[in-house]
Design a protein around this ligand. Sequence first.
Ligand code: HEM
Ligand code: HEM
Length: 345
Amino acid sequence: NRTGKSSLLAAGILASSAASANDDLLITARQIFNPIPSMAPAVKDNPITEEKVILGKTLFFDPRLSASQVISCNTCHNLGTGGVDAGPTSVGHRWQLGSRRAPTVYNAVFNVAQFWDGRAADLKAQASGPVQASIEMNATPARVLDTLNSMTGYVVMFGKAFPKDARPITFDNFAKAIEAFEATLITPGAPFDRYLKGDAYALSDQQKSGLKLFIDKGCASCHSGMNVGGQDYFPFGVVERPAASLLPSDDKGRFAVTKAPGDEYVFRSAPLRNVALRPPYFHSGQVWDLKQAVGVMSEVQLGVKLDDREKDDIVAFLNSLTGQLPKIDYPILPTRTDKTPKPSV
Ligand code: HEM
Ligand code: HEM
């Protein structure tokens, strides 16, 4: 029967054109994004060893590095909640409220530079900041070194992590150990990574439609590469200035780093890996709903008003960026001694 045959043929043509549209999407996506590798990447001038990673993890979880001995890196970058705190902006020493949202430490190693304004070149440069910041941990390098030297556990761990150094406990080595641990905080295996590696079924149709919109509408021109963002700087508010609650006028972003007039209200494009795990959004942490954040972006960055379905599809795609978080055993911290400085609140 002819009709049967031709409709079969038509269905065949439709199926193959859907398949080639799918192939086209994958080819385009591969030109813009890269999958997260399964192994920790090498970092500059800091070979990653198991001993360094164990030390870095212990330091990351140790609240005694803060003046109050209440706050650790994990307080604001909680590894159980996507590498961020509850928000909106971080609460630090003496309950002081910071002015920016804590960015995630997961996959931070792949960002072009650290902080919303990129003011630290890498994780090592970053790690020496928070312990000293009066609003975060409020310690001094001298106090940190006194604390570390006071505990045999740390003396042994630093010796193992930096076996060639005559005096292994230094502030520089403290930062190197944290950097080595953070380099292991990567989250491979997201549905999107499986898709990029050729598994066409790793994304649902809605997620593929969201990916296509993300590329066609222009989101991918600022959010690309391995972290789907975090690779370059852009004004927050290209077409339209965001509401003052989202873009407080006293935080001029990258301008504070470069002093170039063109850098006023410029921020690092936010890395979108695991974005579904960590509301609230933007450096001000004022948007709790991912769909709303997508709406804000399309309007202020692109001057595009997305309809409800388009926003839902993009959110579905963003959900495919949630990877496998590493299993982290809570470290047993070295025991304090009489010489360990006492908490000061
Ligand atoms: C930024 C790590 C302690 C709040 C960052 C970044 C990293 C990091 C890697 C940059 C991430 C990125 O730009 O993508 C650490 C480590 C800590 C620590 C290793 C312990 C030594 C803290 C504490 C707080 C905090 C205790 C809260 C009181 C923040 C905030 C930012 C940030 C608000 C963004 C600041 C800005 O962009 O100006 N941290 N952090 N961090 N961290 Fe931490
Ligand atoms: C932040 C998505 C287009 C640059 C964000 C965030 C999301 C997002 C969800 C918040 C992430 C977080 O807080 O962790 C999108 C979507 C887009 C889009 C779905 C397309 C509709 C763009 C474009 C640019 C851009 C075209 C550059 C011109 C930025 C920047 C931030 C950001 C600079 C950080 C803003 C801040 O300071 O808080 N994006 N984006 N985005 N995006 Fe986009």
